[in-house]
Write a protein that binds this ligand. Structure first.
Ligand code: HGY
Ligand code: MN
Ligand code: MN
Length: 417
């Protein structure tokens, strides 16, 4: 595969630095949550960068930012390159961000080198990929493939913002999401560059990862109801303590996830609320989120059944009432052989490459519902992500961009030969 694209470390570094300043300065790390003024600021900058390299820019009904470059052959379906620029609270500067920057840098170089693609090219910044305060992740890419239900659109965040209003705030038209959604046969291929968010590339001294599959994620909300009471006058044997009951359940979930299964699994409780949350009050109610991940959906379903059994036993032994509600589910993805072949070709001659699955979920999980998907990983220092220490060398990111650009040309030529 000819190396048509340059490794432009400096421009990539500048893009990442500019975006790393558009953050909530009152929050930890590099925080840019969706539907905030910092998100609007970054969106505005991205749109300007897209326009500068000749992309026709629009916001779709689900509020995704999309830059389009018309292809030479109108018979061919567009190729899409995308990711997200929202972060988790206290997050880093690379997760998602490098995938959108990569798309823009590829568009810049196509223009500079006067390379004419046969396919039209769509560069997408998907809205709210990270788990949101609405209990849903990949909001924009869900919307793009009509996978946002009315119930989801009517959900409120803790401040009372309704998701459909948030989408409008970000420039979307919730009422048009279903009508304008993309279907199978609308997009030829989706490609995404992303940090690995794990230790494998670094530990094996590789520079590029050809992603072979992406885990499926199921998220649930568990509510433990007990009885608030005076912490000083309520004897230990007369308490219905929601927090100690929830703690037993959290540890049981860890135990369930630590069991041996034929496929790797993870189980996490990352968000927990105590009511009334007073130091001299026996907790009356605890609400927490559980997320379970694996490449094998049957194993996750089996874990959920084990959690439900634990819930029954804790209800009986502690006279509490516990409910479990499903928040969201994304299905696991296996990357198609012919896509892996093109990604291999793109990485050839760019950097040391290995094959690995993704333990993180991505917008690609949603776009896989309407098109073949492929992903390229670049290393994460110490395997860290979703924290301020998240780090990838700029030249490593630029190598990923070059590989992605080469892969794009491989697929563009493949479909037109
Ligand atoms: O949580 C994830 O897997 C991704 O980083 N949003
Ligand atoms: Mn991400
Ligand atoms: Mn993330």
């Amino acid at each position: 595969m000819m190396n048509y694209f340059d490794q432009n470390d400096e421009r990539i570094k500048n893009d990442i630095l500019v975006l790393s300043k558009m953050i909530n300065e009152n929050a930890e790390g590099y925080t840019r949550r969706p539907f905030t003024k910092w998100y609007a600021q970054s969106r505005k900058w991205l749109a300007e960068e897209m326009k500068k390299c000749g992309l026709d820019v629009q916001i779709d009904a689900a509020s995704n930012l999309i830059g389009k470059l018309e292809g030479e052959n109108k018979e061919l379906l567009p190729i899409m390159i995308g990711s997200h620029t929202d972060t988790v609270t206290g997050g880093g500067r690379f997760d998602g961000i490098i995938g959108v920057v990569a798309g823009i840098e590829i568009a810049r170089q196509l223009k500079e080198k006067n390379i004419k693609l046969e396919h039209s090219l769509l560069i997408v910044d998907f809205t709210a990929e990270e788990p949101s305060e609405f209990g849903i992740s990949t909001i924009g890419s869900r919307g793009m493939v009509d996978n946002l239900t009315e119930e989801m659109l009517n959900r409120k965040d803790p401040e009372g913002l309704v998701l459909r209003e948030g989408i409008k705030l970000a420039g979307g038209r919730p009422e048009d999401i279903s009508r304008e959604a993309l279907k199978a046969g609308d997009v030829s291929l989706y490609l995404e560059l992303h940090i690995e968010q794990g230790p494998v590339l670094e530990q094996t001294n590789n520079e590029l990862g050809v992603v072979t599959g992406i885990v499926g994620i199921q998220r649930y909300q568990i509510t433990v109801n007990g009885q608030p009471n005076h912490a000083g006058t309520t004897p230990m044997n007369m308490r219905f303590d929601a927090l100690t009951g929830a703690s037993k359940l959290v540890l049981a979930i860890e135990e369930i996830a630590n069991k041996p299964y034929e496929e790797q699994v993870v189980g996490t409780v990352g968000r927990l609320f105590v009511e009334p949350n007073g130091s001299n009050v026996v907790p009356g109610r605890v609400v927490f989120d559980v997320e379970l991940r694996s490449l094998n959906t049957n194993i996750v379903d089996h874990m959920v059944e084990q959690i439900k059994t634990e819930i029954k036993s804790i209800e009986n032994s502690r006279q509490l009432s516990v409910s479990i509600d499903k928040l969201s589910q994304s299905d696991p993805i296996v990357v198609k052989e012919e896509v892996i072949k093109g990604i291999e070709a793109g990485c050839k001659g760019v950097g040391r490459t290995i094959y690995l699955p993704s333990g993180a979920g991505h917008d690609a999980n949603q776009i896989a519902k309407i098109a073949p998907i492929g992903m390229i990983f670049v290393p994460s220092k110490d395997g860290k992500s979703h924290c301020p220490e998240e780090w990838t060398e700029y030249d490593q990111v630029a190598k990923g961009v070059k590989a992605l650009g080469n892969a794009l040309l491989y697929f563009d030529k493949r479909d037109n030969s």
